[in-house]
Design a protein around this ligand. Sequence first.
Ligand code: SAM
Ligand code: SF4
Length: 349
Amino acid sequence: MDLGIPVVRPTTDMSTRPDTPHLVDRFGRIARDLRVSLIDKCNLRCTYCMPAEGLPWLKRSELLDTGEMIRLIRIAVEELGVTNVRFTGGEPLLRQDLVDIISATSELPSKPKTSLTTNGINLGRYADALKRGGLNRVNVSLDTLDRDTFRELTRRDRFSDVLEGLEAAKAAGLEPVKVNTVLMRGLNGHEACDLLRYCVEHDYQLRFIEQMPLDPQHGWDRGQMITAEEILEMLGAEFDLTPHTAERGSAPAERWLVDGGPATVGVIGSVTRPFCATCDRTRLTADGQLRSCLFSTTETDLRGPMRAGAGDEEIMRLWQETMWAKKAGHGMDTEGFAQPSRPMSAIGG
Ligand code: SAM
Ligand code: SF4
């Protein structure tokens, strides 16, 4: 698929880079968290993520195969200091070799923490196999508790499959089970308290995510977005929220204890409360492109060099260069901000 993305080698001066294999950047951050998008396809069509007709999917030959994926994850973990690997997509449970990739990752000598972000539809079927494969945790995306709203929002009638998936994840011990929610005005915007009540009752950790400008339809409107502040205000009307005192570190979510705890709720204010200064992420797309940020407008091709016979040293150098060139922030509030041409589903959320 031609996404019109300039594939470039960063030109940033490397002479001042500290002599370390780790993925350091010019702002003192170290990338320890790798997000791997395993596939761009999905079995839902969430309105904030994809158009109804889907997208021009990557060809099979463009996707990294099992061995290529595992090789790059191994280099990241064993050579470049990555300690956490999150699998995402598209819908990662559509990838046939998911359990193989997760098992290979879990068996790496450095034992990285592994997690999976999924819409939950096929979790009922795969939760046990994923647990046996060594997966630590799941994040399940659920934006509504109303079947009709779910159908409108995802353009598919799969609400009960997601609830079953959540139950299966908990039963399999993929805990803590986290739930990701994007609220949208006029659709599910009034469900913040219902969703929190539901998650507290079922022992899921809920996190609200501000809607970001990553939809290929370019329908995002900052004025319409439900902000972190609004979400907290809505929740505050029914729950007693106290700041969670645990060290936030590089975690994007600000967390609160719900009614004194132990239940918690998180709010990820990517737009209004950016956490770029502590970002520790590096991203690999399903077609083998490296990105230093969700909002990067450039990528570094690893697939081409890898298929041309590049050794581990060469891959490491490309990865280190890409991260050294990482920008200070996503720049959403700066003049000339451009939405990345690759949509969220093809970057890996
Ligand atoms: N299909 C899986 C899922 O839905 O969890 C994994 C990929 S999805 C792109 C990852 C996460 O990104 C989901 O929680 C989804 O709600 C979120 N997401 C997608 N588009 C978004 C947007 N424009 N703004 C904020 N979050 C978004
Ligand atoms: Fe699919 Fe996830 Fe995007 Fe929804 S948010 S369309 S489930 S990739």
